[in-house]
Write a protein that binds this ligand. Structure first.
Ligand code: ADP
Length: 283
């Protein structure tokens, strides 16, 4: 029997009831003052392939297109976004929620590092606590008038990424690989995960694809020719960009100057993101 005050909206109801017509949604409610048009998760198979770099560059490029952009650093135990943007300081809460900290270029950032007294303090929490923090980054943070919110996901397809996909209204996923990665397995895992979650993969970005010799200008494929195009085609996915290994990129990330990086290596991704429709559920 249905509950006495049943609204017949099974998707947001937690009651175990024989009259259920739809599965319960575990999506967290955003902060009342938030307005986020599109949510994009950036994921990788393992750490160190440049997932945070791609998140940061994607945000910078979309901001340069005139959009208001936010970054949620969901890599709670290895947060690197604030450093790349040269952001420090502690996020302060108000009665209605907490405001992210803006970069020089106006990108709103929320990260565990902006809540710690020292950015060298380790975060030694177990999965459920970390997942809880990420949910709060959505429900307690005031994401005001955001056209694109990029989520720097924890690496892999474990417990925390799974909770993020179940709890946040992610509209699309960017997968980051590198030529020395086990690309085929990572792409397959990403495809399986998105099928389970019913979230589309927008495309794949290969980082550390080549190195341009500063003397002769020739491109060197240090890790050999990439297998990514054929693997991506096998799954009907697009390769949206190839980022070179560039000491200037490493230096800009280290010096907090990621917003100064120029280059056309992610133009394909920008085009895809610009065409993304706005889903009503995020508003
Ligand atoms: P992940 O988020 O996957 O763990 P990061 O984006 O933090 O990886 O990158 C790891 C390190 O490698 C960072 O210091 C970053 O600046 C550097 N790095 C990543 N991609 C490049 C690149 N294409 N050229 C030079 N340095 C890079």
């Amino acid at each position: 029997m249905a509950e006495e005050n049943c609204t017949h909206d099974c998707s947001s109801c937690g009651v175990t009831c024989g009259d259920r017509t739809e599965p319960q949604s575990f999506i967290e409610k955003p902060n009342e003052l938030s307005n986020v048009k599109r949510v994009i998760a950036v994921m990788s198979g393992k750490g160190g392939v440049g997932k945070s770099l791609v998140t940061a560059l994607s945000a910078v490029l979309m901001s340069r297109q005139g959009f208001h952009v936010g970054i949620m650093d969901a890599d709670v135990t290895g947060p690197s976004i604030p450093k790349m943007f040269g952001i420090s300081g502690e996020v302060r809460g108000t009665e209605s929620g907490a405001y992210p900290i803006s970069s020089d270029g106006g990108i709103d950032v929320m990260s565990m590092n902006l809540m710690l007294p020292h950015d060298t303090d380790p975060v030694v929490w177990r999965g459920p606590i970390i997942s809880g923090v990420v949910k709060q980054f959505w429900s307690d943070i005031i994401w005001q008038d955001i056209d694109y919110l990029f989520i720097d996901m924890p690496p892999g397809t474990g417990d925390v990424p799974l909770t993020v996909f179940q709890s946040l209204p992610v509209d699309g996923i960017l997968v980051v690989t590198s030529p020395q990665d086990l690309v085929s397995m990572i792409v397959k895992k990403a495809v399986n995960m998105t099928e389970m979650m019913d979230i589309p993969v927008l495309g794949i970005i290969e980082n550390m694809s080549y190195f341009v010799c500063p003397n002769c200008g020739k491109e060197h494929h240090i890790f050999g020719e990439s297998h990514l195009p054929s693997i991506a085609a096998q799954y009907g996915l697009s390769v949206l960009g190839h980022i070179p290994i560039d000491p200037a990129i490493a230096k800009a990330s280290d010096d907090g100057l990621i917003e100064t990086i120029e280059g056309h290596f992610l133009d394909g991704m920008v085009d895809v993101l610009k065409k993304m429709p706005v889903k009503k559920q995020n508003l």
